[in-house]
Design a protein around this ligand. Sequence first.
Ligand code: FEO
Length: 170
Amino acid sequence: MLKETIQAALNNQIQTEAFSSQIYLAMASWAETEGLGGTAQFLYKHSDEERMHMLKLVQYVNERGGKALIPQLNQPAKEYKSLTNLFQTLLDHEVMVSNEINNLVDICLSEKDYTTHNFMQWYVAEQIEEEALARTIMDKLNMIGEDKGGLYLFDRDIESISIVNNLDSK
Ligand code: FEO
C-alpha cells in the first residue's frame, strides 16, 4: 500500500507529465501552422511520449493500491517568437521536470519506499536523455541563428533525430 505522502507526490508527477504532453502538443500545432512540418512531427511524438510517462505513473499508483488522479490542465502558450524560443522553453521545462523527479526520489528515500524509489529510476534515466537531446537541439539552433537555409535543413532533419531518440529510449 502506498503511503499518503508518496501517493500525493506521484499524483503531482502525473499532473506534470500530463501538462508536459499538453505543452508539446500545443508546440507541435504551432509549428505545423508555421509550415515547420518536421518540427511538428518531432513535437507530436514528444507529446505522445509524455502521455506514456503519465500513463506509467497512473498504472503504478493504482497497482500499488493507491488512487491515481487525472488532473485538469491549464491551456499552454499558443504562440512562440521563434524556433529558438520554443526549444528554449522546452529545455527549461525539462530542467524543471528533472528537479521535480529528484524531489520525488528524495521523498521516496525519506519515507523508506524503496519500491517506488526503484520505479522512479526509469524517470531519472529518461530525464538525462531528454535534457541532453534538448541541449543538442539548442546548440544546433544557436549555430544556425537566423540563417533561413539552416532553419530549413533543421526542420527537415529533426524528424530523424526524434526517431533515433525513440529507438534508444524504448
Ligand atoms: Fe516526462 Fe519530458 O518529462
